[in-house]
Design a protein around this ligand. Structure first.
Ligand code: KIV
Ligand code: ZN
Length: 518
């Protein structure tokens, strides 16, 4: 990478992104995402934290086998066993990166690590040089970097480079910094660390104050040449810097930021959809670049301006990020072939013919009922069909009594591995009655962690997508379902999460809540 203005895009959607509560992705979903990221042009894909769980180890292993262009990377604390797990899972790829980190702020060293600053220096030397035994491509991060004493940070960075790190990452772990301060940190490192020319500086900014992208770009203008980011900005707490925003800001304001990336921006929308589908995290409507409204013009004045010259209100084209001009799609006369093409446009890859057939059947029924079928409707149908593949507990029928006066009651019939069971239950509201009734018919103890309803399209005939997250003994699953009837979607989303949990139990999946943290 000789071009001094080329920015390395390091994606951590499957590591830091997966640390968002409820964003766990299955192995199949991670493989699907990795293929899209490889095609998108991501330079380094942080595929997981191999020591954290057998699931993470397996994901990093499988991903490192399939990448064609991107470099796979795994995260490790400053210990030999973490680094060994990285090496073992990544070495299926010809080239790979080990990313090792340790906290350097006084607060973290004292309260989290219980180590002196000297002990941390020893750990840096040992961990980086140990990782270098396995690969030339070692990245070192000073966790809580932005709250670290600057002179001490310079010392740690110099030592990490001397020990063999080729990338030095400066995390704003708690999203506390502001652009002017972050810029100064990078400039100071550039000016004061004597061997800084032997490494690439990297940014890793969290969004707690909504400044992750601004801080990352400030870092780039000061000399950082790698940005760590996630698709849709997912990540711990308020998330990480959003890949799509970093890349499009650089592309759109190239007059002020004369940098390049290897990202094929036309695939950004597809990547956003694949990640949203896998995590069950909807993208907020007004999200920059990938939100449903990011290119919508509602007001008369804006529409008039747009018709005269698109540049009046459009600083980048929807096509440049892979958004088709209109989201209005097929109608009841559309065929199976067009439907399949549409799924690929929407970011669904590797879907079986059975699922396509199921979704296509549902699409035809919906197209008969609904005047306009939008992309979002189709995505909701496919998600629903994907879910139906491996179900133990299926909803046969549901009747709900709601309203004033009487207790809300749900009466339902479930098919539990072929056995038909019917029952009813009252609750504090119709959804509570539904969930209680499911628990009565299929005995289980779980904690409901999240219940969310989104209307995916407009109008009173809109489809509702319901997301449910449940937890049992440290294992969490997310279920989603879509239906024009919100209560049916609620029952199906709950059952979807439950079926995933049953599969997880069968596979003896490790707990999601591991004792290691990044
Ligand atoms: O935010 C952070 O500090 C991290 C490090 C592990 C890079 O995610
Ligand atoms: Zn982070």
């Amino acid at each position: 990478m000789s071009d001094k203005n080329r920015i390395i895009i390091f994606d951590t959607t499957m590591r830091d992104g997966e640390q968002s509560p409820g964003a766990s992705m299955s192995l199949e979903e991670k493989i699907q995402i990795s293929r899209v990221f490889d095609e998108l042009g991501v330079d380094v894909i942080e595929a997981g934290f191999p020591i954290a769980s057998p699931g993470d180890f397996e994901a990093v292993t499988e991903i490192s086998k399939i990448l064609k262009r991107s470099t796979p990377c795994g995260l490790a604390r400053a210990t030999k066993k973490d680094i060994d797990a990285c090496k073992e899972s990544l070495s299926h790829s010809e080239k790979f990166r080990i990313h090792t980190f340790i906290s350097t702020s006084a607060l973290h060293m004292k309260h989290k690590l219980n180590k002196s600053s000297e002990e941390v220096l020893d750990a840096i030397k040992e961990s980086v040089s140990y990782a270098r035994k396995f690969t030339d491509d070692v990245e070192w991060s000073c966790e809580d970097g932005t709250r670290t004493d600057m002179d001490y940070m310079c010392k740690t960075v110099e030592l990490a480079i001397k020990s063999g790190a080729r990338t030095i990452n400066i995390p704003d772990t708690v999203g506390y910094s502001v652009p002017s301060e972050f810029k100064t940190i990078i400039e100071t490192l550039m000016n004061k660390v004597p061997n800084i020319d032997k490494a690439i500086l990297s940014t890793h900014c969290h969004n707690d104050l909504g400044l992750a992208v601004a801080n990352s770009l400030a870092g780039v203008t000061a000399g950082a040449r790698q940005v760590e980011c996630t698709i849709n900005g997912i990540g711990e707490r308020a998330g990480n810097a959003a890949l799509e925003e970093i890349v499009m800001a650089i592309k759109t304001r190239n007059d002020l930021m004369p940098f390049t990336t290897g990202i094929n921006t036309k695939l950004i929308s597809k990547a956003s959809k694949v990640v949203s589908n896998a995590t069950g995290f909807p993208v907020q409507y007004n999200k920059a670049i990938v939100g449903k409204n990011a290119f919508a013009h509602e007001s008369g004045i804006h529409q008039d301006g747009m018709l005269k010259n698109r540049k009046t209100y459009e600083i980048m084209t929807p096509e440049s990020v892979g958004v088709k001009k209109t989201s209005l799609v097929m109608g009841k006369h559309s065929g199976r072939h067009a439907f399949k093409d549409k799924l690929s446009d929407l970011g669904y890859v590797g879907i079986t013919d059975d699922v396509i057939q199921l979704a296509f059947g549902k699409f035809k029924i919906l197209a008969d009922k609904k005047k306009h079928v939008y992309d979002e409707d189709i995505a909701a149908l496919v998600d629903d069909s994907l879910i139906k593949e491996e179900n133990v507990v299926k909803l046969k029928s549901l009747k709900v009594v709601a309203g004033t006066g009487e207790p809300q009651t749900a009466e339902m019939t479930l098919d539990i591995l072929g056995e038909i069971k019917t029952g009813s239950e009252t609750g504090d509201g119709p959804v509570d009655a539904i969930f209680k009734c499911i628990k009565k018919l299929y005995k289980h103890e779980i904690n409901l962690q999240l219940y969310q309803v989104h209307a995916v399209t407009e109008g009173t005939d809109a489809q509702a997508t319901v997301s449910v997250r449940i937890e049992e003994n440290g294992k969490t699953t997310v279920g989603q379902a879509a239906n024009t009837d919100t209560l049916v979607a609620s029952a199906e989303a709950y059952l979807n999460a439950l079926n995933k949990l049953i599969i997880k139990r069968k596979r003896k999946a490790p707990d999601d809540s591991v004792s290691v943290s990044a």
